[in-house]
Design a protein around this ligand. Sequence first.
Ligand SMILES: Nc1ncnc2c1ncn2[C@@H]1O[C@H](COP(=O)(O)OP(=O)(O)OP(=O)(O)O)[C@@H](O)[C@H]1O
Ligand SMILES: [Mg+2]
Length: 219
Amino acid sequence: MAGKFITFEGPDGAGKTSVLKAIVAKLTTVYGKDLLLTREPGGTDNPIAEQIRDLVLSPAHPEMDARTEVLLFAASRRQHIVQTIKPALAAGKLVISDRYVDSSIAYQGAGRQIGVPAVTAVNQFAIDGFLPDKTIYLDVRPEIGLERIQTTRPDEVNRLDMDALAFHQRVSAQYHELAAQNPARYIIINAEQALEDVIEDTWQALVSYLNITPREVEL
Ligand SMILES: Nc1ncnc2c1ncn2[C@@H]1O[C@H](COP(=O)(O)OP(=O)(O)OP(=O)(O)O)[C@@H](O)[C@H]1O
Ligand SMILES: [Mg+2]
């Protein structure tokens, strides 16, 4: 496969979606159509994965069993890989995903306390060994991330956001564990800075990893 696969991870409100918006604008000047932005749960041009997203994030289903949730996330991810990510990589594209498998391990494994080994095993079946080339981790204390969401978009509080701070602390701790276990894959960005500084640090990390020369950036 010629392309590269990069994921963005971090707790709720870390700034993944905000940073990606700015980064994608910059990367588009370099990559043009050879850049694909996608997200999980769900995925770009992926109706099956998107329908599972709607189900799993809906506040209408507080009765959803925790293991059902794990399986749905994994099923959505499988379809995302097969129908969206791998074809784009095969076409030589740079693929960036807002969340991927580490989110399941952190949120379902540690956050919901289903167990990291069990969630990892279910996801191993789904991803069949397919991991990102790099993971940008936006590091923010969970209380700061949650505060950002509550103050700036209270209307967007979904079922997962309604969980307690303790849940988010377990998520954050598990992400740090994943970063420690995968030092070559993880790039940790201090996401407690002003958004423009988080964007700049992320951009510099990508410029370095992707070998982008200043001449290529027409901004
Ligand atoms: N560095 C920052 N400083 C202050 N506010 C920020 C910063 N980064 C993001 N925000 C604000 O915090 C809120 C959450 O950001 P964003 O939606 O990008 O986070 P996210 O990581 O994608 O969250 P989620 O996991 O819930 O999708 C937004 O309203 C955004 O404007
Ligand atoms: Mg987001």
